[in-house]
Design a protein around this ligand. Structure first.
Ligand code: GTP
Ligand code: MG
Length: 370
C-alpha cells in the first residue's frame, strides 16, 4: 500500500531528576552533598531512508516517545541518559508542524537526519548547590520535560520526469520499456493506482558490469487523469503532488486507431487539470508524446497534434512503446531537456541542526535491519 501522508506525535524523553544525598562513611564526618545529576532524556530524529518508499509504517503507529533519563543517585552517580530514537522515512518526506503547518524539514537526501524532538536535560543533584556558606544543601533540580510535537509528514516523490495523461495512454507501458520498473499494464482505465518510479539511462549502457553508465534520471509514472479530476472525478488530482518536484513533464496522448478522441482537446483537458492542482505544474517544461504508433493507420489525429505542438512551440514525439519505435529518441530528448533545466536549489533554512547522537541508539537501529 502506498501512503503519502501521515500524522505523528513525538515526545523526547524527560530528563531524570537530580538527587539529594550526603556522603556517609565511617570516619568521614560531614561528608558533604553527594546527589548525582539526572540523565538526559533521549531525542527523536527523522532519517531519510533510501529503502522506504511509503509512509505506511506511520499509518498505524503514530506515537513515539523516547526513553527518559534515569534519576541521579547517591555517591555522585549520574543517571543513565535515555536512548535516542531514529524514525525512518522515505527520501522526499516533508515535515510540517501541526497546527500551523510551518515547514520544519525537507528530507531530500538519502541518509539526511534531522532532530525533531529534543530530550529533556537531566536535573542537577544537590552537589551543585553547595556553597561555602551553605554546605548541606537540600536543593535539587527536577529533570526537564522532553519536547513534544505534533507533526504531519508528507511524501513528495523525488523524480526528474513525470508522465501524465489520460488513463490507457500508455504511461506504464512506456516506463516499463525505458526502465526496470514493472508496473501493471492493462487495457482498462485506472490500471495504475499509485505512482511508480523508474530509473532511466539515456545513453545506452545498462549500468551492469563492464558497461558505461551514461546520464540517468528518475521517471515517475502516475495514475491517469480525466476531465474533472480536480473535482474528484476518477482518482482525483491528489497524487499530482508527486510531480510537483519534477523538472519535466511528459504528456502522453493516445492517437492510435482505437481512440477517436480529439487529441488537441485531450491535451487541453489534462493541462486544465494540471493547472487546477497548481499553476507551477503548467509552467514546467513539457514534451508531448503521441503513443501507440504501431497501432496507428489513420494519422489525421497524430498530425493534428503535431501541428498544434508546432504552433505552441512544444517539443513533440511519436512513439510505439511496444515496437520500440521512437523510444530511444524520446529518452534522449528527455535527458537533453533535463540538462537545460537546473535542479531546484536546496532550501538551507530547512537544514536543522543535528545534535550529537547517542551511538548506542544508532547501533540498535541498524541491528534491527539485519
Ligand atoms: N499497440 C500498442 N499498444 C500499447 C502501446 N502502449 C500501450 N499500449 C496498450 O495500451 C493499454 C494501456 O496501457 P498502460 O500502459 O496500462 O496505460 P496507462 O497510461 O498506464 O493507463 P492507466 O494506468 O490506466 O492510467 C495496454 O493494453 C497496453 O498494452 C503501444 O505502444 N502500442
Ligand atoms: Mg498505468
Amino acid at each position: 500500500m502506498f501512503v503519502d501522508e501521515a500524522k505523528i506525535y513525538v515526545k523526547g524523553g524527560d530528563g531524570g531528576n537530580g538527587c539529594i544525598a550526603f556522603r556517609r562513611e565511617k570516619y568521614v564526618p560531614r561528608g558533604g552533598p553527594s546527589g548525582g545529576d539526572g540523565g538526559h532524556g533521549g531525542s527523536i530524529y527523522l532519517e531519510a531512508n533510501i529503502n522506504d518508499n511509503t509512509l505506511l509504517r506511520y499509518r498505524y503507529n503514530r506515537e513515539f516517545k523516547a526513553d527518559r533519563g534515569r534519576h541521579g543517585e547517591g555517591s555522585n552517580c549520574t543517571g543513565h541518559s535515555g536512548q535516542d530514537m531514529i524514525l525512518r522515512v522515505p527520501v522526499g518526506t516533508l515535515v510540517f508542524e501541526e497546527p500551523g503547518g510551518a515547514t520544519i524539514a525537507d528530507l531530500a537526501t538519502p541518509g539526511q537526519r534531522v532532530l525533531i524532538a529534543h530530550g529533556g536535560r537531566g536535573g542537577r543533584g544537590n552537589q551543585h548547590f553547595a556553597k561555602p556558606w551553605h554546605q548541606a544543601p537540600r536543593e535539587h533540580e527536577d529533570g526537564f520535560p522532553g519536547e513534544e510535537r505534533h507533526l504531519r509528514l508528507e511524501l513528495k516523490l523525488l523524480a526528474d520526469v513525470g508522465l501524465v495523461g489520460f488513463p490507457n495512454a500508455g504511461k506504464s507501458t512506456l516506463i516499463s520499456v525505458i526502465s526496470a520498473a514493472r508496473p501493471k499494464i492493462a487495457n482498462y482505465p485506472f490500471t495504475t493506482l499509485e505512482p511508480n518510479l523508474g530509473v532511466v539511462n539515456a545513453d545506452g549502457g545498462t549500468g551492469g558490469h563492464g558497461t558505461e553508465l551514461g546520464r540517468t534520471f528518475v521517471v515517475a509514472d502516475l495514475p491517469g487523469l480525466i476531465e474533472g479530476a480536480h473535482l474528484g472525478a476518477g482518482l482525483g488530482i491528489r497524487f499530482l503532488r508527486h510531480v510537483e518536484r519534477t523538472r519535466l513533464l511528459v504528456h502522453l496522448i493516445d492517437t492510435s486507431d482505437s481512440n477517436d478522441d480529439d487529441p488537441v482537446h485531450s491535451f487541453e483537458v489534462i493541462n486544465g487539470e494540471l493547472e487546477a492542482f497548481s499553476a507551477s505544474l503548467v509552467e514546467k517544461p513539457m514534451i508531448v508524446v503521441a503513443t501507440k504508433l504501431d497501432a496507428t493507420t489513420d494519422t489525421t489525429r497524430l498530425e493534428a497534434l503535431r501541428n498544434y505542438c508546432k504552433k505552441h512551440k512544444l517539443e513533440f514525439h511519436s512513439v510505439s512503446a511496444v515496437a520500440g519505435e521512437g523510444v530511444k529518441e524520446l529518452v534522449r530528448s528527455m535527458a537533453d531537456a533535463l540538462d537545460k533545466i537546473p535542479r531546484p536549489a536546496h532550501d538551507p533554512t530547512l537544514d536543522l541542526p543535528v545534535g550529537p547522537i547517542d551511538p548506542s541508539a544508532v547501533a540498535t537501529n541498524k541491528a534491527e535491519d539485519s
